[in-house]
Design a protein. Structure first.
Length: 311
């Protein structure tokens, strides 16, 4: 297992710490870039800049994507660590050392962190071993490394609220004992808003079935819905146009494990419509570039067995 210690502004941390109801936040980077240090579910800690220079809290990594400032604000609002869109634009401009024009909406890097916890002023922690003062963005640590495991284990317990859990830091989360099933420890689970943002990003802002790219009508659909045991996971998501989303949820459209579109005969028999979908039946839908982000075969089979109107 790995963890990442990200460097942040003390003002960002204090703004969010004063709003404990926000448990899913956007740890944004003004320059955009990428972030591949962690996989969803691994711990992420916040370290304030100098002069505070302390570990002030953390949570669990919930995905990364690039968004325009306006998109980040629309999805996360004050969970971006600022009070308004105008303030966010000013903050990004200040870090970039160049004001953002009124007609500009630049792209920023968005690291999402869920189930966040902030430490009181009297219990923040010193920086971890080997964290140099000139580190600007952050540093990755391998928790199997014995030289740092002793430092991070107490902090991980603090993220979990002091509950007793067996932690094998050389492996993915072990969920033994009284916190078995604790949703914070489930690998790959994203927060609700980060699920929307990450699915939007991995599908290139296009409907997976129709190719439509009018963003206001695009929605992050769950293959297996939450009420039926599904989770906010990238491989449980499809980016679909709103009307296509409805047809998928009601079983008039399906996708097989090879990512081919299936169209129910009941779309025609019940509504006398659906020619555009019948013309695409059997074709492969658009899927994310990375294999691990593509629709999970198990979830697709569940949808076909449980929801799809095969006849």
């Amino acid at each position: 297992m790995k963890t990442f210690v990200g460097v942040t502004d003390e003002k960002w941390y204090r703004f969010l710490a004063a709003r404990p109801g926000l448990t899913e936040v956007n740890f944004w980077r003004p320059s955009g870039g990428s972030f591949r240090a962690l996989t969803p579910g691994e711990p992420f800690f916040f370290k304030a800049h100098y002069p505070l220079n302390r570990i002030v809290g953390g949570g669990f990594f919930s995905g990364f994507t690039q968004l325009r400032i306006s998109e980040a604000w629309e999805l996360f609002g004050v969970a971006n660590g600022v009070a308004s869109l105008d303030e966010m634009r000013r903050s990004v401009g200040r870090y970039r050392k160049q004001p953002i024009g009124l007609d500009e909406d630049p792209i920023i890097g968005c690291i999402f962190v869920r189930d966040t916890v902030y430490f009181p002023d009297d219990s923040t922690a010193d920086p971890p071993p080997g964290f140099a003062s000139n580190v600007v963005q952050g540093k990755t640590y391998d928790l199997a490394d014995r030289s740092v495991a002793g430092y991070f284990e107490p902090l991980l317990h603090r993220l979990l609220g002091g509950v007793t859990v067996e932690l094998d830091l050389s492996e993915p989360w072990h969920r033994h004992g009284p916190v078995y099933g604790d949703s914070r420890l489930v690998p790959q689970r994203l927060g609700q808003q980060s699920f929307k943002a990450v699915v939007l990003g991995v599908y290139g802002r296009r409907c997976a079935i129709t190719g439509n790219k009018v963003q206001p009508v695009l929605q992050a659909a769950h293959i297996r819905p939450l009420p039926n045991g599904g989770e906010h996971r990238v491989d449980n998501g499809l980016l679909l146009k709103s009307d296509v989303h409805i047809l998928f949820d009601r079983g008039y459209l399906g996708v097989d494990p090879k990512h081919r579109l299936l169209v129910s005969p009941r779309l025609r028999s019940e509504f006398g419509n659906g020619d555009q979908f019948y013309a695409m039946a059997g074709t492969t839908i658009a899927v994310p570039e990375r294999r691990r982000d593509r629709p999970n075969a198990e979830f697709l089979e569940w949808h076909l067995d449980t929801v799809f109107k095969a006849a």
